[in-house]
Ligand binder design. Structure first.
Ligand code: 5GP
Length: 189
């Protein structure tokens, strides 16, 4: 998505060879107009998949996922990050490794909003090692629902996330695919 790549080149900051900061439009402040275009683009790609719900991971997935749900006219379900295990049978819970914080958290989702005939589109802001997205897939599978696809705003293609998700047999659609990061440098595929 050209407009997203231009935004990344203008405002993104590669802080090292692994992490890109996009605080000005996705993580701290949100460019809502850009999110609307992102939502429409995901909706266009997945429009024939009979999506019943969009699911995302708090907090930075919420903005692009909201606009995608709006464009598809379906509800948004938010999976939350909890430091400790939720000993509660109202929630699904999957232990997940955090890429940015280098610790683990429990990704949890209310059982109430995931039904076995749901066809879920998972949206997230970044794809790195594929931990967050694959845990989200596990939760959808625990509910007996189907993962219709995964939409990623920024994929770091030099990290193993895409390969991991493709091995699970899911359609991964990324709007910007970065092949190389270096302090001050961002290169796309
Ligand atoms: P993964 O689970 O695929 O290893 O990492 C994806 C998650 O880590 C995303 O939900 C995102 O919050 C965070 N993340 C991974 N890489 C980056 C990055 O380069 N920049 C930012 N801002 N977040 C990242």
């Amino acid at each position: 998505m050209k407009i997203l790549e231009e935004k990344i080149l203008k405002e993104g900051q590669a802080i090292d060879k692994d992490i890109l900061k996009v605080d000005s439009f996705l993580n701290q402040q949100v460019d809502v107009e850009l999110m609307e275009k992102i939502g429409k683009e995901f909706a266009k790609h997945f429009e024939n998949k009979n999506i019943t719900k969009v699911a995302t991971i708090e907090s930075s997935g919420i903005a692009p996922a909201t606009l995608t749900a709006l464009a598809l006219n379906v509800p948004l379900v938010i999976f939350k990050k909890q430091p400790s295990k939720v000993l509660n049978d109202e929630f699904y819970s999957v232990e997940t490794i955090s890429f940015t914080k280098r610790n683990t958290y429990n990704l949890i989702a209310s059982k109430k909003y995931l039904l076995k005939d749901d066809n879920i589109l998972i949206i997230d802001d970044f794809l790195a090692n594929g931990e967050a997205s694959s845990s989200a897939m596990k939760i959808v599978n625990m509910a007996g629902a189907n993962v219709a696809g995964i939409g990623i705003v920024i994929e770091k293609s030099f990290q193993p996330g895409r390969e991991k998700l493709e091995k699970l047999g899911v359609d991964v659609y990324s709007l910007a695919r970065i092949k190389k990061l270096e302090k001050g440098i961002v290169e796309f595929i």
